[in-house]
Write a protein that binds this ligand. Structure first.
Ligand code: HEM
Length: 559
């Protein structure tokens, strides 16, 4: 009797045998992978388990140790580290253009398949070079400097709302000197008054601001989080039904009727991002098994994706029903105007998929970068004072509370603060996985076979002492100003917060404008502190590194 049949009949008679057989088979499969050395990567150093299984990286990410572990491994083993049977991380600035550059020809890896909540891929998730080029071409004009400048006033209105809320919080200090309370909630965000300041978690407000702004910029539909002080969004209860309703309506059949519900959008997005970052490292069939495994913690992953998609459904539906056509030049309007070669508009699902990626990619990245930089400015009072000095001088004649981009876009110290915040916090800290194209590729003199996964670890690169010097862990914006031209070139080559090449951030111009406006406006108006002895900033490392519980204390400056 063949071995498999014998084993099957034994298991049927004694199901407990499975407990012994499954791990044995798994170990056996791992050993075969190692012995065969099909990837040719056996000579690369790395953690023992990474030689055998992708599950090692899954485990590291799920323990919130992604960027830091890869950083430690490079410090231990040097430039090349094997992170999985078929994946090598390369920590050298020269590897950035070699892997991500326009002429490199690498593709995104299977890791990205887990990101799309829609059945159709979007500009971020697609792995096809042709499809990506089409989408990128279609969307590029939305992010051209001119288009970004046209939406600056929309961006201002949300900074203004943030100021209104923070001014209210600051007014609690005076209230508390009388008979007012010393702690409370604004919406669902907690505050306390202590030592002449009002204290709160800056991350809550950075999130509300970033989500309201991108909701408005992308589809003229701010979530209303800043006004309510709550993580809340109205979405379609059932996205599939929603899309059907949109199709019907666009064919002129009937009124739009979509059932809505309120959901905590940021919370759902964060849960989904945490799941993506871990599951993405598993082979496709294992992802499905882990998601279905009771109590794995990933059971709600698919459902949370549907909720994210539901937001886009609502936005598209509202626009098509003209409920929020404000006539402003927002991104959804531009996507609605896109036509393919036959003159057809995008189908509702593709439209939804593109809209949602703008919301996801353009919200928490901005919120995390802003919060991370606020933390460092609150901690380094010397840097904060120097920034305020520059702002006070440059803005002496500016009456508006929200600072116009034009006035601050060339301020050298503000620029250095933004670069240093991006370097040290490294919102995207991971190595973005790419696949070696047909024929293989040579990177830094090492040849890799077609299909090998390579990445460059951004968090490590941004903190590497051999590049940044012994003060690399310090928040010292001056490094960007003092550097000679030659030195600045070296620093810039190792600095890639928006990645590089054809898959680099398309929203970079928008992000840079937003960061200039928010830091100049906030730090001109408020003085920020951390509590004495506050612990170092902790982050949740899920592709975007999300600051956790960043408590700051603010009061108004004289301005
Ligand atoms: C400080 C803020 C931001 C940071 C640090 C950032 C960072 C990045 C990085 C590193 C990538 C490459 C990801 C990869 O290859 O896996 C990326 C891609 C992308 N980003 Fe951003 N981003 C920011 C803001 C924005 C904004 C405001 C938007 C749009 C509203 C945006 C939209 C996108 C899109 C659509 C992609 C995919 C581009 C493509 O594959 O062609 N990002 N971003």
């Amino acid at each position: 009797m063949p071995v498999v049949e014998l084993l099957t009949s034994q298991i049927r008679n004694s199901p407990l045998l499975l407990v012994a057989v499954v791990p044995t088979l798994l170990i056996f499969a791992c050993v075969i992978v190692y012995v065969q050395n099909a990837s040719g990567l056996r000579s690369y150093p790395g953690p023992f388990l990474a030689n055998f299984t992708d599950a090692w990286l899954f485990w590291v990410v799920s323990r919130n140790r992604w960027s830091k572990t890869v950083d430690e491994l490079h410090r231990k083993y040097g430039t090349f580290v094997r992170l999985a049977p078929n994946h090598v991380s390369i920590s050298d600035p020269k590897a950035l253009p070699a892997i991500y550059g326009h002429s490199a020809g690498f593709m995104k890896s299977e890791f990205y398949d887990v990101f799309g909540p829609f059945t159709v891929s979007n500009i971020f998730t697609t792995r096809s070079r042709t499809e990506h080029a089409r989408k990128r071409h279609m969307e590029a004009h939305m992010f051209a400097p001119q288009s970004i400048r046209a939406i600056e006033p929309i961006s201002h209105s949300h900074v203004s709302e943030l100021l209104r809320q923070w001014d209210y919080l600051v007014s609690r200090v005076k209230e508390a000197q009388g008979v007012g309370p010393r702690q409370g909630l604004l919406g669902s965000a907690a505050w306390t008054v202590e030592d002449g300041r009002v204290w709160f978690n800056a991350m809550d407000w950075c999130n509300y601001w970033a989500f309201d702004t991108i909701g408005d910029l992308a589809f003229g539909y701010p979530f209303g989080m800043l006004k309510s002080g709550k993580d809340i969004a109205r979405v379609a209860k059932n996205p599939e039904e929603g899309f059907k309703a949109i199709e019907k309506m666009s064919q002129g059949c009937g009124e739009l009727s979509i059932e809505e519900e309120e959901i905590p959008y940021i919370e759902i997005l964060s849960t989904r991002a945490d799941g993506n970052a871990c599951l993405g490292w598993l082979p496709r069939h294992w992802r499905t098994i882990v998601q279905r495994f009771p109590g794995s913690g990933y059971n709600s992953h698919a459902a949370s994706g549907k909720k994210l998609a539901a937001l886009a459904t609502m936005a598209v539906a509202r626009r098509m029903a003209n409920l929020n056509s404000s006539g402003r030049p927002d991104m959804l309007q531009k996507l609605l105007e896109v036509r393919d070669d036959e003159g057809n508009p995008l189908k509702p699902e593709e439209l939804g998929s593109e809209v949602i990626v703008l919301i996801v990619a353009g919200s928490d990245t901005i919120a995390n970068t802003t919060c991370g930089t606020i933390y460092y400015l609150a901690r380094e009072k010397r840097v904060q004072a120097r920034l305020q000095e520059e702002l006070d001088a440059a803005l002496a004649d500016v009456d508006s509370d929200v600072v116009p981009y034009d006035v601050v876009k060339d301020l050298p110290y503000l620029e250095a603060v933004i670069l240093e915040g991006q370097r040290l916090h490294s919102t995207v800290g991971a190595g973005l996985p790419r696949v070696v194209p047909a024929g293989g590729a040579t990177v830094l003199g090492h040849h890799f076979k077609e299909g090998t996964c390579l990445s460059v670890p951004l968090y490590h690169l941004h903190r590497d002492e051999s590049i940044w010097g012994p003060d690399a862990p310090e928040f010292r914006p001056e490094r960007w100003i003092e550097a000679s031209q030659e030195r600045k070139k070296e620093m810039t080559a190792a600095f890639a917060p928006f990645s590089v090449g054809p898959r680099a951030c398309i929203g970079r111009n928008l992000a840079i404008m937003q960061l200039h406006i928010i830091f100049s406006t906030l730090f001109r108006r408020y003085d920020c502190s951390l509590k004495p002895g506050a612990p170092p900033l902790q982050s949740r490392d899920s592709f975007a590194r999300r600051p956790l519980n960043c408590v700051i204390g603010i009061n108004r400056r004289k301005h």
